[in-house]
Design a protein. Structure first.
Length: 213
């Protein structure tokens, strides 16, 4: 079993904490040339169209991912515990006084979080490669989208949207609702990097379950 770090934004961390997120999609780098195929001739079982092995940087089933997130150890709390931007100040342990406002804290980037301070550990349950637009409605939901229950014309209806976004809520009358919400989420995170939804890149699909401390 290996332990590997993985970065998550604040909105994604909240989805993990809520138990809504059990999948993540990350762009395959470098982009596979001439497609992807299953192969019995390499350890990972995957290769590109030219026979080059594709190795997951996120481990394999049974490996663990420890979550790097934005954090701090503010000195105004005596003694200063580790706190996390995603759900601050709810994450401050009971009994501490002089809790500063979030804006008064010098937050440290997630990339600099050491393993010892990570509070979330995920066990990998599945890894595969697919085109981004091949995501199913169920998988879009597993990405941790926000939802709420509404009533439309007297009938219960679940609405979806990208977590942490100000976009509208899409009614789940068809499966396109969670997929459309995931598309909005994806572009918000990846469009500036050149990996818009319309580009339809190859992605690692990592499935996991949260391990309780």
């Amino acid at each position: 079993m290996r332990e590997l770090p993985i970065l998550f934004s604040g909105a994604m961390v909240r989805a993990l904490l809520d138990g809504r997120k059990t999948q993540t999609r990350r762009v395959v780098n470098p982009e596979p040339s001439a497609g992807v195929r299953v192969s019995p001739f390499c350890a990972s079982g995957l290769e590109d169209g030219h026979g080059r092995e594709l190795r997951s940087p996120y481990g394999k089933p049974g490996d663990r991912l420890w979550v790097r997130e934005t954090w701090a150890q503010p000195t105004t709390l005596d003694p200063g515990p580790t706190v996390y931007r995603a759900d601050y100040p709810a994450c401050v342990p009971a009994g501490f006084e002089n809790v500063p406002a979030a804006e008064a804290i010098t937050w440290k980037p997630s990339i600099h979080m050491p393993r010892a301070l990570a509070r979330l550990t995920l066990e990998v349950t599945g890894v595969r490669v697919e085109r981004l637009q091949d995501i199913s409605a169920d998988d879009a939901r597993a990405e941790g989208l926000e939802y709420r229950e509404d009533y439309i014309a007297g009938r219960a209806c679940r609405r979806w949207r990208s977590y942490g976004s100000a976009d509208g809520w899409f009614p789940e009358g068809r499966d396109i609702a969670p997929i459309h919400s995931f598309q909005t989420l994806w572009d918000g995170l990846n469009a500036e990097r050149g990996f818009r939804w319309t580009v339809n890149p190859w992605v690692w699909v990592v499935e996991f379950k949260r391990i309780e401390a």
